[in-house]
Design a protein around this ligand. Structure first.
Ligand SMILES: Cc1cc2nc3c(=O)[nH]c(=O)nc-3n(C[C@H](O)[C@H](O)[C@H](O)COP(=O)(O)O)c2cc1C
Length: 167
């Protein structure tokens, strides 16, 4: 099975979760930025797992990214804005026929989320859902991840691989 875990990440929390999910899925899985996950790379993927941080209660859009760039606040490092947003990556997708799963990183107590828009974007591109969308929790506005979240991400990856085998 070929699986691509594609992510948007400014401070590395979502990237770490993406790598843990890919580890959990096992051989044939790769965690890639939106730059690396080109149309050619994902063309024959059986499974796409897509994730992003929740910013301002939702999937980050260009306006939110610009606001983060201009006002990073008390961020521990400058935000990595070098890759396209997941939203624009999804808008550029060609028709796919594989399965998908969605995840987000976020603080515990917040309304909204990113996964509803990720689900919509991938469904519109023709992918069919597998597994339940997941939330991975960070301790502060910029992270780090709560203890145990990377283990949970690995476990979810392994479950997705099993679900794919059964489907
Ligand atoms: C400007 C800003 C806005 C945020 N808005 C939300 C929010 O509305 N809801 C939430 O749950 N987390 C919010 N967060 C927390 C981030 O989603 C969290 O830190 C995420 O893990 C960052 O991912 P990254 O390290 O991959 O960039 C916000 C963080 C920042 C810096």
């Amino acid at each position: 099975m070929k699986a691509i875990v594609v992510y948007e990440s400014y401070w590395g929390n979502t990237a770490s979760v993406a790598r843990a999910i890919a580890e959990g899925i096992g051989s044939g899985a790769q965690a890639l930025t939106t730059t690396e996950a080109t149309a050619a790379v994902i063309a024959d993927a059986d499974l796409i797992v897509a994730g992003s941080p929740v910013i301002a209660f939702s999937l980050p859009n260009e306006k939110m990214r610009e606001s983060i760039r201009l006002k990073p606040g008390k961020a521990p490092t400058p935000p990595d804005l070098s890759h396209p947003s997941l939203q624009s990556w999804m808008a550029g997708l060609s028709k796919g026929k594989g399965r998908f799963a969605a995840f987000e990183t976020r603080v515990k107590m917040s309304p909204g989320g990113a996964t509803p828009k990720i689900i919509k974007g991938l469904e519109e591109a023709g992918y069919a859902p597998i597994g339940e969308a997941q939330r991975f929790i960070v301790k502060g506005k910029f992270g780090p991840l709560h203890d145990g979240e990377l283990d949970r991400a690995r476990q979810w990856g392994a479950e997705l691989a099993k679900d794919m085998e059964r489907s």
